[in-house]
Write a protein that binds this ligand. Structure first.
Ligand SMILES: Cc1ncc(COP(=O)(O)O)c(C=O)c1O
Length: 388
């Protein structure tokens, strides 16, 4: 009977991150021992009251009804102001649609662009759910891998050669999860020019654009774009505002796509609840203060973890320029899933296996350092014996 469901569902695998996390949960159930989690991409600081107070007020005011699919006018206005200021552009509110999380934004963009057999060029390693969104459309992935030596780099020629007349979509996540690698503006210009020449779509996942350790934000393809470009940019409240559980993201898109995105929102979530949008507007209005707080903590955490781990002998590590992960090469982690499971048994620390992020990822492990120093000290003490 199960054979009669959409066969593409079987092509989507449970991510190895979930596999390890489920193993850890079972380990706790069976042994009663806690597992210290550094496997998922979120911090342990909850949302600021500036944000949730607005949501509480909206709920009290009875704003609990169906609402505009692409977002209430006020939120689209505020997103447009934020993006224009951040990236020195002149977008209109109609170029932004709020969605229930960056993930849904990616899925909707894949639905908008991709048909069976289309070719998608992806720069990896990359967050696994992106691949699944492509696979569900029965599109074909051509992955171009970053190179790792002392740091992560992209061989631009390799990418440009991969983007041909057959390419329908190019997917780039910069700042990058899991590596912390980032494109600079001149690289973005070269890629955008090439994409224009090949007349394909560019889907830029910029959800970590504020999680940078120098400056205020990463450079964006948006800053270089013209209104006629086939450019879709994904963003999210999750990482910059500690709002992972709220499920708020947005797509920046050509204005003519708004009505089509609205249809896809209608048949998925029908829109982000109005009371959630009200809280998010407050996040955007106070972004400077809120992001400063987030980054103050992340600076401390990154330096703490990196300065300890860089001396460890059984791994190779780079200092991430962005995002909140250490993605390190571990000498003994040839099969990163089994390695992570064993690590749980030995140290009670949960890391994400590198293979989850693509073919370049095995041999690597991802540690999310978006946590307070006390928590990080505990996990590093546990990991040191294994890696030093
Ligand atoms: C690279 C990347 N893109 C998109 C997302 C989706 O974020 P959200 O759906 O929480 O907005 C994530 C979340 O971890 C991510 O790491």
């Amino acid at each position: 009977m199960i054979n009669s469901i959409n066969k593409n569902i079987f092509q989507i695998k449970e991510t190895p991150i979930m596999e390890v996390a489920n193993y850890g949960r079972n380990f706790t159930k069976e042994t009663g021992k806690e597992v210290y989690p550094a496997w998922f991409g979120e911090g342990n600081i909850s949302t600021d009251k500036l944000i949730y107070n607005k949501t509480i007020n909206a709920l009290k005011a009875g704003e609990t009804f169906y609402t505009y699919q692409n977002g209430i006018p006020e939120v689209r206005e505020e997103i447009s102001k934020y993006m224009n200021q951040m990236f020195d552009v002149k977008t209109s509110p109609f170029q932004h649609s709020i969605v229930n999380g960056g993930m849904l934004g990616i899925k909707i963009c894949c639905e908008i662009v991709l048909e069976k057999g289309d070719e998608v060029v992806i720069v990896g390693p990359v967050w696994p759910n992106i691949r699944s969104s492509v696979v569900l459309r029965e599109a074909v992935i051509n992955e171009v891998s970053l190179d790792f030596d002392k740091t992560w780099t992209l061989d631009l020629n390799k990418l440009l050669n991969a983007i041909t007349n057959k390419t329908k979509l190019v997917f780039i996540n910069s700042p990058n999860n899991p590596t912390g690698w980032m494109l600079n503006s001149s690289e973005q210009q070269i890629i955008l020019d090439h994409v224009r020449e090949k007349n394909c779509w560019l889907l830029a996942d910029e959800v970590y654009h504020r999680i940078v350790y120098q400056g205020n934000a990463s450079s964006s393809f948006l800053s270089l774009s013209e209104p006629e470009d086939k450019l879709l940019v994904i963003n999210s409240s999750s990482k910059s505002f500690n709002m992972t559980g709220w499920r708020v993201g947005w797509i920046t898109h050509p204005e003519y796509l708004g009505e089509h995105i609205a249809k896809l929102i209608q048949i998925s979530t029908t829109g982000v609840p109005e009371f959630i949008q009200k809280g998010f507007i407050e996040a955007l209005k106070n972004h400077e203060f809120l992001v400063k707080e987030v980054m103050k903590n992340l600076h401390v955490s990154r330096d703490f973890v990196y300065n300890k781990m860089k001396h460890w002998t059984k791994l190779k590590i780079n200092k991430p320029e962005s995002a909140f992960y250490l993605f390190f090469k571990a000498n003994d982690a040839r099969d990163s899933i089994s390695f992570c499971k064993n690590l749980i048994k030995k140290t009670q620390v949960g890391l994400a296996p590198g293979v989850a992020f693509g073919k370049t990822g095995d041999n690597f492990l991802r540690l999310c350092f978006a946590a307070d120093v006390k928590f990080l000290e505990n996990i590093l003490n546990r990991l040191e014996e294994e890696f030093n």
